[in-house]
Write a protein that binds this ligand. Structure first.
Ligand code: S3P
Length: 164
């Protein structure tokens, strides 16, 4: 069983990924975690010392590897935005679930988080712009779309299960 979760920062990809994997009795793979383990550095450190371009190279390399593993894959918010990654995801034939969130939800969840370099580096207007720019790309890739704002994690997982 394989499922891919996509969505903006703060959309719940990691939380829902863990819960969905438990419910489906399969593994959970978090791409950011996978990158951190391989690089032996936090995402913030990778961005700070080697830059975003280098991070995106690692992300592409490890996306290829993690797509071969069984289980639920939680991607990073920017993973499907890079064209080669979008192609890898689309050609994988694995169901892709977009956890969609409105801008308020995003901000409530990410504003005080220092572990996300883009949240530290961008102001509110730039983050809103980024989400607006990315949403059509998430939508185009997704086979299943879950508007998550009003739902509990359990309800989100139940909706995904029903649509798989
Ligand atoms: C990013 C999202 C992050 C992480 C990196 C870049 C992005 O993942 O991959 O900081 O470009 O949106 P989360 O969506 O899990 O925060």
């Amino acid at each position: 069983m394989q499922v891919i979760l996509i969505g903006f920062m703060g959309s719940g990809k990691t939380t829902i990924g863990q819960l969905l994997a438990r419910t489906l009795a399969t593994n959970h793979i978090d791409l950011d975690e996978f990158i951190m383990q391989k690089a032996q550095q936090s995402i913030t450190e990778i961005f700070a010392t080697k830059g975003e371009t280098y991070f995106r190279q690692l992300e592409q390399l490890y996306l290829k590897q993690t797509l071969k593993l069984p289980g639920v894959l939680s991607t990073g918010g920017g993973t499907p935005i890079i064209a080669p990654n979008a192609a890898l995801l689309a050609h994988s034939k694995i169901p892709i679930v977009w956890l969609s969130t409105n801008i308020q939800t995003t901000f409530q969840r990410i504003q005080n988080d220092t572990s996300r370099p883009l949240v530290n580096d961008l102001d509110t207007t730039a983050l809103i712009k980024l989400q607006k720019k990315r949403n059509p790309l998430y939508q185009a890739l997704a086979n299943i779309i879950i508007p998550t704002d009003e739902l509990t994690p359990q309800q989100i997982v139940a909706q995904i299960q029903r649509q798989l």
